[in-house]
Design a protein. Sequence first.
Length: 124
Amino acid sequence: MIEALPRREREVFETLCRLETSTAAGVRGALSDPLSDSAVRTLLSRLEAKGLVERSAGPDGFLYRPSQQTRTVAVGALQRMIDTFFAGSAASAATALLSLGQRLTPEEAAALERMIDQAVERKP
């Protein structure tokens, strides 16, 4: 459903996923191309009506958060990206990510090694 969202709704939703929980003002401040306060509130209301965002009362107004776990949304988005740009190959996508040149911490490298070992041992 997320890929079917209009561009601005998707941008607000992805920003909220990154923030995990935020006010409308917080989402507005985190957008790369800010919208008016009322536009952000309208988009958040639309996302809430679609069941993608939950709203609760907070000390500074309403707090918004993705209704699905951010990890679930991220996994779906990553799978679509792998299918679209890497012909379904997770290994090609991982190689592309690692070629971006960011340094890995020893903990990150160890976690990747464990995941690779598990993937190799996995039966089809």
